[in-house]
Ligand binder design. Structure first.
Ligand code: ADP
Ligand code: MG
Length: 265
């Protein structure tokens, strides 16, 4: 199954959660494909591909442009994390020139290009995660049209909650236009919750009112070790200390929920 990771607001933790869920699934032996749909290419760098490494690669941009059934296979590359994760996680990388696909949105059927490119390709994987930019424009529509569910990372602050609600409203209004009439928010993942901050508690409660049991447990705390792993382009497991064990356990529980969803589909 394929899941878009989306919030209309930037900095919610989309890329972080995509990478950490992929890591948790890979650590239990699952095969995971991650697709970077953000021209900022943060996920690609996170998995070991910086500007130079990306230069010569076939990326999601070429695949969307080619618009042929199954052509995404040509862009698949192993993630550059150490063994065993490199064998479990594959990446379709992105580059800043993915922006060039946006003006093509007006061409008939353009929003279906990624779904066509991924046809058959994701059958080899237990889970496919599509990391979206903070938008509801063409690149995200490409992802939604190729997805079975949408996961929404949220920081417990006003603009992020509003961004999550906009994703839900967009799907209610437009999923059918993207040939995915049943596509809905399958999970809301609370990121960077600080339990000492009253405002965070307030927004976690309002998320529960808005999304009910679609809010996945547990929430993800803010931890410098996670930011350090992101900076280093390494998996969480490459870091040391008790915070790594806590976070690993948290992402394991979130991966359990994702696998339940996957099994029910
Ligand atoms: N749980 C967390 N703990 C610490 N830092 C975090 C956490 N989640 C996100 N961050 C920080 O916030 C930044 C933005 O997160 P990111 O996943 O790139 O957001 P998005 O992809 O939604 O724009 C990261 O680079 C990292 O520094
Ligand atoms: Mg991102």
């Amino acid at each position: 199954m394929r899941y878009s990771i989306s919030n209309h607001k930037g900095g919610a933790g989309k890329t972080t959660i995509t990478a950490c869920l992929a890591e948790a699934l890979a650590a239990r032996g699952r095969r995971v494909l991650v697709v970077d749909l953000d021209p900022q290419a943060n996920l690609s760098r996170r998995l070991g591909y910086d500007g130079e490494a990306l230069a010569g690669l076939v990326t999601v941009s070429e695949v969307v442009k080619a618009d042929e059934f199954g052509c995404a296979a040509q862009a698949i590359t192993a993630c550059r994390w150490a063994l065993p994760l490199t064998e479990q996680i594959d990446l379709i990388p992105s580059r800043f020139d993915l922006e060039n696909r946006i003006p093509e949105a007006g061409q008939l059927g353009a929003h279906m290009r990624l779904a066509r490119a991924l046809a058959g390709v994701t059958d080899d994987y237990d889970v496919t995660l599509l990391d979206c930019p903070p938008s509801l424009g063409h690149l995200v529509q490409l992802a939604f049209a190729a997805s079975d569910g949408v996961l929404v990372p949220v920081r417990p602050e006003y603009d992020y909650v509003a961004g999550a609600v906009r994703v839900r409203e967009f799907l209610a209004e437009h999923a059918a236009n993207l040939a995915r009439p049943g596509l809905t928010v399958a999970g809301v993942l609370v990121n960077e919750q600080d339990r000492r901050r009253g405002l965070h508690g307030f927004h976690v409660e309002s998320l529960a009112e808005l999304f009910g049991d679609l809010v996945w447990q547990p929430s993800i705390p803010s931890r410098s070790v996670l930011a350090e792993a992101i900076d280093a382009g390494e998996p969480l497991r490459a870091q040391n200390g008790p915070a790594v064990r806590d976070l690993t356990a948290i992402f394991d529980e979130l991966a359990d929920r994702l696998e339940k969803l996957n099994a029910a589909a």
